[in-house]
Design a protein around this ligand. Structure first.
Ligand SMILES: [Zn+2]
Ligand SMILES: [Zn+2]
Length: 403
């Protein structure tokens, strides 16, 4: 199968990939501001002769490689946004934008998918079925995936499955890490307000001390994990910010707490708002305080489809150039790839981008984050191979494999 020579083709693209990635790295754009980036992507896809749709999910771009006949459609997804963090590395390609930088490797994801589009287009149209290249905005907290889905990215033609990857400094260059089933936690924003009654600090019984009540609320919230939820089900409730009160000699009439809730189970995620309401309302009522719980609509759990994980691992096993794969535990981080996985079977895997150079080993979101650029051809080869393998397995022309 020609997939065994895909790495050679991808490695021939290395100079181009490096140029693209460094250009994006110098000119980072944060969520829904990816105008320059998506413009470069769209022009590249058009130059390849693909069907290109701009402004899908505001700044998203979609390229379609249509097969000779109808068949299944697989989507490959890259995110394009940078982070609002100052780049601190001294490289020739450091960020030229104050306070913004590609510190999550999305510049490489975009580059890899541009490379995959070029490589797959160069192989000619698929005999049957289509490949959709999805360049997504705003992964970092602003749900660009949901915006693209609302704009119909999974329709016309209808997408049957999706694959995506994330650069991972903790893994050696080119290696694959994947979780069967749950891969990333849900991440929801939590705001709790406690309403008491102000008064003089020396006469607390005449007021209702919102700070004292809030202290009980925070402590009680930790009992959700230890006493209200199955100990085999991970859950995190963190209050990261608390504000309230005026001065040391007055009872605080109101307190606001902001936090995050993480689970590794869609079912538990659904239960969490009611559990939190139960605890907060119970504690507040016992002191005569009022309350309000506002649950923010965050990212769902990323659940990798078992058949898609098998497709990935079997594809990797069949490539003589691949650096192998390993099974990894889920991350308590969030990923908006989850929105696709709620709709269709998907697989999201990690691609190693670390080598013996220290600069490639800083964690994601670190102000010094950088990566081994020779990982990018592996990403191109892997995404291309997955797409071809998916079409081969799901094309039901007579006599072909049909399981
Ligand atoms: Zn990130
Ligand atoms: Zn990321």
């Amino acid at each position: 199968m020609e997939q065994t020579r895909l790495l050679n083709l991808a490695q021939q693209l290395q100079p181009k990939l490096t140029n693209w990635r460094r250009d994006f790295h110098r000119h980072p754009e944060i969520g829904y501001e990816e105008v320059r980036t998506s413009g470069i992507v769209a022009e590249h896809l058009e130059s390849l002769g693909l069907e290109v749709t701009r402004h899908v999910g505001k700044t998203g771009v979609v390229g379609l490689l249509r097969g000779e006949t109808d068949g299944p459609t697989i989507a490959l997804r890259a995110d394009m946004d940078a982070l609002p963090i100052q780049d601190q590395k001294a490289a020739e390609y450091s960020s030229q934008v104050e306070g913004k930088a590609h510190l999550c490797g999305h510049d490489a994801h975009t580059t890899i998918l541009m490379g995959a589009a070029e490589l797959l287009t160069g192989l000619g149209r698929p005999k049957s079925g289509n490949i959709k290249f999805v360049f997504q905005p705003a992964e970092e907290g602003l749900a660009g995936a949901r915006a693209m889905i609302q704009d119909g990215v999974l329709e016309n033609p209808k997408v049957d499955a999706i694959a995506g990857l994330h650069m991972t400094p903790g893994q050696d260059t080119g290696t694959v890490g994947v979780s069967k089933g749950v891969a990333f936690a849900s991440a929801d924003r939590l705001v709790i307000r406690v309403f008491g009654k102000g008064g003089h600090a020396a006469r607390p019984h005449e007021g209702i001390d919102a700070i004292a009540v809030s202290a009980q609320v925070i402590t009680a919230l930790q009992n959700i994990a230890s006493r209200l939820v199955d100990p085999l089900e991970p859950v995190v409730v963190t209050i990261g910010k608390i504000t309230g009160g005026y001065m040391g000699t007055a009872i605080a009439p109101e307190v606001e707490m902001i936090g995050t809730v993480r689970t590794l189970s869609p079912i538990l995620r659904e239960r969490m708002p009611a559990l939190i309401e139960q605890v907060v309302s119970g504690v507040c009522a016992s002191f005569g305080a009022g309350h309000e719980v506002v649950y923010g609509d965050g990212y769902p759990v990323v659940v990798n489809d078992h058949a898609m994980v098998d497709l990935l691992t079997e594809t990797v096993d069949g490539l003589d150039w691949a650096k192998g794969w390993s099974s990894i535990p889920p991350s308590t981080g969030g990923e908006d790839f989850a929105f696709y996985c709620e709709q269709i079977p998907g697989v999201f895997f990690r691609l190693g981008s670390g080598n013996e150079e220290e600069r490639t080993r800083y964690p994601l979101h670190h102000p010094m984050f950088d990566l081994d650029e020779t990982a990018m051809p592996y990403g191109v080869g892997l995404l291309s191979s997955i797409a071809l393998e998916f079409l081969a397995r799901n094309t039901t022309s007579e006599g072909e494999r049909s399981e």
